[in-house]
Structures are given as structure tokens and as C-alpha cells.
Design a protein around this ligand. Structure first.
Ligand code: DGT
Ligand code: CA
Ligand code: CA
Ligand code: ZN
Length: 580
């Protein structure tokens, strides 16, 4: 099964690799156009390729060679030209494309002019000042690049980890294909992705099937695979073109729960569960929970295996949320009211075309309404964020009127007039109090000076938290996962101040940010703070990141009652009004 997305991904990779090799830009663009065309195509292109290949040319954006490649991909599982192209590019080069701020053009330039083909070579060239001679590389972009590269190198020579929001959709895409096989009864992704860690080392997929061979054969023949690492009886393992490893285990339906529990981990959690089993004269492994046998090392009758719930119950434990299986400790009983995705009823941080968003106020409100939200806050950037087209006071005042007008027109949802106001380096806000007081909601966020010393960062953020007109501290550290460290404030002090002033600390849901991070959330919850979970919406798909923010909240043990986005309309608006 080749999906339109698979075809689009192959063409996008084709375009990137061609650009890296300096191919004719028209050819590069043709592949990019074909990628967009395939992504947007509503009919199933694989069926078309099999049954009426001549009609592929009728799709706007698909030319003669793209049509041929689609047929190759659908019928053989790979595109020979693409496979050859992968071999023509130095192996380290595609990895450079995953660095924040490095596109194919720049990578090619670095390769051609400075013979840089690996991360290490890039780091050295930056240190030696060699990048200054590269056209279009200003001091600012070199400084940013240096930080991204250093962050990537600091994550060790450990194999590259992948951000959660890029990993989960890949897992879901593969499982969807495997679920369509007739013998498949259950599918799940396990491992760190299921635990909601911000980065994932490899994907661990589980399928229950009456026909394991069919599942594994389809798995290793999927498009987008660069290498098959293992293709065995119990486990198959592949490497994708983006360098990600995917492990697949096919199990019997009756033991799916035990396998899911085992492969979800964490290892520490598993160790504790096994100890608990032994303490109750039982034995836990990836096939099930068994009574201890008569003799040492022998297994007795099966106690539970079909579901995780049954196994936890037999161990006299509450069913542990996967997000809370990171630590070994079983002394923490998850609160009954752990926040759930379905409980989110409001988005309090969103941008429109007035600053750097893609949506109008009305479009934004329509998407929020479709999600069943009772409230959406329009919080465009303030004037200091000039690169994001931040609003002057005059524009902000006009925008408030436009928001009021849109709210009256749309109906059925509260549309709040707000701002994401910059917290300047010294802790002052980018608008005066008189202006801020006119807004229904104020999200205050740091966007610049993200390298300042911890003491300065703490003072800066404390000032924003304690400002009487501020409701939410947005993406508090400004970190970018695998990109930049951001601020390192004293989290305990921030939490203390946030609790006292009833200012919510944001979990920004974008998978590049997840800021607050899980450990900070836990500190905030322990201190009794309010949490805001916001998508920082810039375009329609950003709402889909909510699940990553909620996973981060759950990893920090956030109860529903602490999350302002889960409050009902009157409770939320009472809190907002308390700061006016
Ligand atoms: P990752 O991939 O580095 O982000 O982290 P995980 O947790 O996904 O680790 P991974 O892929 O090595 O293994 C998946 C799960 O399988 C792990 O969380 C627990 C279980 N597991 C794997 N190897 C062992 C082992 O040697 N002992 C135990 N108890 N569990 C294991
Ligand atoms: Ca894993
Ligand atoms: Ca694994
Ligand atoms: Zn924002």
C-alpha cells in the first residue's frame, strides 16, 4: 500500500537530494511541485497507477517522469533513480538538512565551497570562522547555526533522536497500513513515543495478527525505507530514509497487552513491575503475567496478558498512564483526574494574518468552534517582534475592534482580544499598562535575548509573572528542541511567584518547543501553579499539536483542575477578569 503521502514524501526527498547535487533548478522545482500535487490529491494515486497509469499525467503538477516514478514506487516499492541519487550524495549530508536553519541551498553551498559533509566538519568550520566567507551568511545566522550545531553535538554521538511530533505521525502512518491487512486485530506504537517523550530514539510498533508473515513482509517492503536491519521470526527492524529506526513486533492478540506493557517501558518501570510480581509469587514477561511455577524458574498458569489493565489489576496497581511510566517509582499514585486531551475547551494563544499567522480572525474562530472550544484568544505579536510583523499600539487598537466585530458576527464562541506581548530583556513588557488593560487576555513571552545569564532570565520572567495585567507566561524558556537551549531561569522561584499571582505557566504544544518541558511542569504542579496548554496557532494544522502538549502535561502529572484550558467558560472568564 502506497499512500499519496508516501509518493509526496519520495518526491520531496527527490527534490532535496537533487538540489544538494546541484541539479537544474527547474527539475528540482518539478519534483517539489509534484510533491505538493500528490499531497493535495484526493483520489488514491496507487490505484490509478496500477489500473490506469496513463491518467496520472492528468493530475496537475505530475509530469511524464513523475508519473513514471509513481508507477515504479507503487509497483516495486522503490524508485531506482531515487535510490541511485541517495548513493550519489555523501552519507552525512541529508542529516545536515535536519539542522534548524539549514536548507538544501545552504547545505550545498557549504559542501561545494568548504567541503563540509558532516556535522563535525560544520562545527569546526564555524569555529574557524570559515563561514564568514560564505555568501548570504551574516553574523546573526552564523551565531544561530552555531547554537543549533552545538546543541545537536551535545546530544552526544548518540544516535540521532527524533522529535515527538515528527515521530508519532510516522508511526501512525505505518500502523494504518498494517491495520488494513485482513489478519490484523490490534495495532499500537509503544516505547518512548507512547510515553510522550519530547524526542524518540526509535519507534517500537506492535501488531496483533493471525498472519504475522503478511504483516512483516508488508512492513519491510514499505516505501521510504533505506535499509532492512532485521527481518526475523519475532522482530523486524528497518531504517527509514530520514535515519529513523523502526522496530516491529507481531504478537498474538491474546498477549497484546503484555507485549504493549513490556515495549512501552520505561525499562525502569518494567523492572519495578517485575519486582512487584515476584513479591506476589508471580512472574511478568513480554508474554504475560504468570503464577510462579512449582520449581524455581518454572512458569505456572497464566494470570493476565490480553490487556494492560488486566495486568495492572492483577498486580493490585492502578492502570499507570504511559506518560507516567518514565520513573521507576511506584510510590506515586496518579491522581484520578489526570488531564485528558478531550477536556481541552479553549485555545488562549493564537496568531492571525495581522501579525505572522495564516488565518483570519473568523477562520481561527471557526476552527476553534469545530473543536468544540468555548473560547479562542487572538494574541498577535507586539511591536518589538518586528520580524513577525508585530502590532504598533495603533494597529492593536484597530485589531481589538476587528476582534469585537468578528465575535459578534461569528457567534457561539468567545473570541478574546489579546496579545502575545514581548517580555523585553530587562523584564519590561512591550506595551504600556494602559494599552494592556484594554485587552481581555495577555500572554507575555520572551522572544529575544534568549542567551542571557540565568539570574537575569529569572528576574526578567519574574517581572512578567508578577505584572498584574499578565495572565499567561508564554513558552517560558524559549528553547527549541535540538535547536537552542533557551533561558535557564530558576524554575522554583518562577513557580512560587506564579502560584502567588495566579499567572498560568504555558506548555507550548508545538513539538519543536514543548516549553514548559515535562520536568518543569511537574515542578509547577507540585508548587500549586496554574497551567495553560496552548498551540500558539499560526496555521490550521497547529491545532493538531495539542496532543503533544497534553502528553507533556501528563508527564508532569497535571490534574484537569490545574489547566485553565480545561475549565468551563465561566471559571475561565472569572479568572481572566480577576486580572482586570
Ligand atoms: P528510545 O527508543 O531510546 O526513545 O526509548 P525506548 O524507551 O523506546 O527504548 P527502546 O526502544 O530501547 O525499548 C522500548 C521498550 O522496550 C523499553 O522502553 C522497555 C522495553 N525494553 C527494551 N529492552 C529492554 C530490556 O533489556 N529490559 C527491559 N526490562 N525492557 C526492555
Ligand atoms: Ca524506542
Ligand atoms: Ca526499539
Ligand atoms: Zn505566539
Amino acid at each position: 500500500m502506497t499512500t499519496n503521502q508516501d509518493i509526496a514524501d519520495s518526491f520531496a526527498e527527490f527534490g532535496d537530494l537533487l538540489e544538494l547535487t546541484g541539479a537544474n533548478p527547474f527539475k528540482v522545482n518539478a519534483f517539489r511541485r509534484a510533491a505538493r500535487a500528490c499531497e493535495g490529491e484526493s483520489g488514491d494515486m496507487a490505484t490509478l497507477a496500477r489500473e490506469e497509469p496513463a491518467r496520472l499525467r492528468g493530475i496537475s503538477g505530475v509530469g511524464e517522469s513523475s508519473a513514471r516514478h509513481i508507477v515504479e514506487l507503487v509497483t516495486t516499492g522503490s524508485i531506482p533513480d531515487l535510490v541511485a541519487l541517495r548513493k550519489a550524495v555523501p552519507p552525512g549530508l541529508p542529516a545536515l538538512l535536519t539542522i534548524q536553519g539549514l536548507g538544501p541551498k545552504t547545505v550545498r553551498l557549504l559542501w561545494e565551497s568548504l567541503a563540509i559533509t558532516t556535522l563535525e566538519e560544520l562545527a569546526k568550520a564555524i569555529d574557524d570562522g570559515k563561514l564568514e566567507s560564505v555568501p548570504r551568511m551574516g553574523p546573526k545566522s552564523i551565531a544561530n547555526l552555531k547554537e543549533s550545531v552545538a546543541a545537536r553535538l551535545a546530544s552526544g554521538n548518540a544516535p540521532l533522536r527524533h522529535r515527538l511530533g515528527q515521530s508519532v505521525p510516522i508511526a501512525e502512518g505505518i500502523l494504518e497500513k498494517l491495520a488494513a491487512l485482513s489478519g490484523t486485530t490490534r495495532t499500537a506504537y509503544a516505547g518512548s513515543a507512547r510515553r510522550g517523550r519530547e524526542t524518540v530514539g526509535d519507534l517500537d510498533l506492535l501488531v496483533a495478527s493471525t498472519d504475522p508473515k503478511a504483516v512483516k513482509d508488508l512492513f519491510v517492503a514499505m516505501p521510504g525505507i533505506s535499509r532492512v536491519l532485521a527481518h526475523g521470526e519475532t522482530r523486524s527492524s528497518v531504517e527509514l530514509a530520514n535515519g529513523m529506526q523502526v522496530d516491529l513486533r507481531v504478537v498474538e492478540d491474546s498477549a497484546f497487552g503484555a507485549a504493549l506493557l513490556y515495549f512501552t517501558g520505561s525499562k525502569d518501570h518494567n523492572v519495578r513491575l517485575r519486582e512487584r510480581a515476584i513479591g506476589r509469587s508471580m512472574h511478568l514477561n513480554e508474554y504475560g503475567l504468570f503464577r510462579a511455577g512449582e520449581k524455581e524458574g518454572e512458569l505456572g498458569p497464566l494470570v493476565a496478558a490480553a490487556t494492560e489493565a488486566a495486568i495492572y489489576e492483577a498486580l493490585e496497581l492502578p492502570e499507570w498512564p504511559p506518560e507516567l511510566r518514565e520513573s521507576a517509582a511506584l510510590d506515586f499514585i496518579p491522581p484520578a483526574g489526570l488531564l485528558e486531551l478531550s477536556q481541552i475547551r479553549a485555545e488562549l494563544h493564537a496568531h492571525t494574518t495581522e501579525s505572522d499567522g495564516e488565518l483570519s480572525i473568523v477562520e481561527l474562530a471557526a476552527l476553534a468552534k469545530a473543536r468544540g472550544f468555548h473560547t479562542i484568544a487572538v494574541t498577535d505579536h507586539s511591536k518589538a517582534s518586528a520580524q513577525a510583523n508585530g502590532l504598533s499600539v495603533e494597529r492593536l487598537l484597530a485589531h481589538i475592534d476587528a476582534i469585537r466585530e468578528a465575535e459578534a458576527r461569528v457567534g457561539g464562541i468567545r473570541i478574546l482580544a489579546g496579545s502575545e506581548v514581548d517580555i523585553l530583556a530587562d523584564g519590561h513588557l512591550d506595551y504600556d499598562d494602559e494599552t494592556l488593560a484594554k485587552l481581555d487576555i495577555v500572554v507575555a513571552s520572551p522572544h529575544t535575548a534568549l542567551r542571557q545569564a540565568p539570574e537575569a532570565a529569572t528576574a526578567r520572567l519574574l517581572a512578567a509573572i508578577r505584572h498584574p495585567l499578565v495572565h499567561i507566561l508564554g513558552h517560558p524558556t524559549g528553547r527549541i528542541i535540538q535547536g537552542r537551549d533557551g533561558l535557564s531561569p530558576d524554575i522554583a522561584q518562577l513557580c512560587q511567584a506564579a502560584r502567588e499571582s495566579r499567572t498560568a505557566l504555558e506548555i507550548n504544544c508545538h513539538w519543536m518547543r514543548l516549553d514548559l518541558r515535562d520536568t518543569h511542569v511537574r515542578a509547577a504542579i507540585d508548587a500549586g501553579c496554574l497551567i495553560a496548554i496552548d498551540c500558539d496557532v499560526h496555521g490550521p494544522s497547529d491545532f493538531d499539536n495539542l496532543r503533544f502538549g497534553v502528553a507533556t502535561a501528563r508527564r508532569g502529572a497535571t490534574p484537569t483542575t490545574s489547566c485553565v484550558n480545561a475549565w468551563d467558560r465561566s471559571a475561565l472568564h472569572e479568572w481572566l477578569a480577576s486580572k482586570r
